[in-house]
Design a protein around this ligand. Sequence first.
Ligand code: AMP
Length: 609
Amino acid sequence: MSAPPTAPPRLVVGIDLGTTNSLAAIRAGKVARVLRDRDGEALVPSVVCFHPDGRTLVGREAKRLRLTCPDRTVFSVKRLIGRSAAEVGAEAARLPYPVVAGERGLPRIRIGDATLSPEAISARILQQVKANAELALGQPVAAAVITVPAWFDDAQRQATKDAAALAGLDCLRILNEPTAAALAYGIDGSKDGTVLVYDLGGGTFDVSILRIDDGVFRVLATAGDTHLGGDDFDLLLADRILAALPGGGKAVDPFVLQAVRSAAEGLKIRLSDAVEAELTLDLGPRGTASLRVTRAEFEAAIAPLVQRTLDCVQRAVRDAGLRLDQIDETVLVGGSTRVPLVRERLRALLGRPPHTEVDPDLAVALGAAIQADVLAGNDRSLLLLDVIPLSLGIETLGGAVQKLILRNSTIPTSVTEEFSTGVDDQTAVELSIYQGERELARDCRLLGTFRLRGIPPLPAGLPRIAVTFLVDADGVLRVHAREQRTGVEAGIQVVPTYGLSREEVRAMMLDSIEHAQADYAAREAIELRNKAEAMVRGAQRALALAELPPDQTYAVHKAVKALERLLAGPTDAAALRAGCDAVTQATATIADDVISAAVTRALREEEGR
Ligand code: AMP
């Protein structure tokens, strides 16, 4: 099916929004490539500096100002996004810029008299990545697939989407970083297996175990350390450089420390290629440090840190219910996986060498670009499915959580269960929606609460309240409750507790100079049409591929036809939204059947080609 003339072909990029660096990539044909700026650089440091002279600098320039404007230069904001001020307390204490508790207990970054949300900072980074991508492509970029760690919860994912919206990007999909990395290595779901993704960056370490069955990527387990990475390797070498300075490097100022840290990083990087490296660091009046370090000395120093990562690997494999010899493939992500000792130790542990063909700094963005290409409708051979990262449920009597949608369910999906009242003559119930794997509400994360009123006064246990959880293809959850006898209904679209409210996002977008009101409405309409068109295509493809009973085929067909009729007319946002929901609803109940049949078929066709 060709796209109607109203929808110009869109460029969809993949974006790795990292703690330290961010970058974009695109796939054209079968080849994914990263997008570079004027200087040929792909990585944009995830740093934003609000200079006292009024300029806002992003990326390399901002990173350079970290030392001169420490309280106005924001980095590592990914550690704060989608979390409450209370949750980030310990994290915030490590940061040189002030993080305060704002409204509803949300963390805010104070720059002079202004307070900024982590989403707004991430949006600045995304804007820079978008601008670089547009320069490289010579065309506007409106949509993206953005990656997040596999362990990010709903609030963190939603906050990332909000940041994208603020940056003027339609986030078509949030993709797990390990899934993106696996895709970049050519593990596209056409072969079943178990993949270990080892991601060692500058300041964080993540290991994920993925299971691929019939094209579905499931995260079986994750482990890691949010404060372990190449920066720790640098510190060990920095100690040696300081010791070589006059006076043993005691009582040095922050500028010297920074110079020493940079020199240490340079030394470390050279030791990835050479077995020995020399350094002369001339600090003018503060003295000169000269030293020679062998790779063996460096390895002896970092060995305990590398061992800590391997302990995490073993724990993740155990948590996944597997043995080390059941891992089929290992892929490397993050700059610090270039350290030879890391590769050697992993090979020794797993009994086979890890894949190293893809640049570990670029793998996640390249994988996101592949998914972006699929979502743009350019690659019909790959059917990648998203799964729910954490279970969703409601609180029942006694503070337990009854899970309606289980972790790793493919989306879209919808589940309805019946509940009742706990007290006689109860005419209203409060429904609290939780996310997490634990049994008790207090150990899970509260996503939202709403009330169903107007229940007939009956003895406890008699009212029949049907609660429906519907998760659409974007992972957005809508919850709906209906008392079956009276037909009274209530529902909400769940907005995570630790994020911006829909109104705030809207207001921030309207406020921004770049997106004046008219632009916003126009873009919203375009995005909605694109989404509806993609849904029509997806549903038609699924119908063609799956063998469904006639009544199910009819239901999907009817919803699709209705949406097509709406698309043929002028844009009516509310009607289009309702039409999309109807298609989601029609396909959700059969999603599993359709999808598994479709995946199997698509893969078979692909193999036969
Ligand atoms: P990432 O957070 O993935 O961007 O990784 C950044 C980390 O990788 C930093 O600690 C870098 O010093 C480190 N890194 C980059 N290249 C190399 C290399 N060739 N050898 C060792 N470490 C490296």
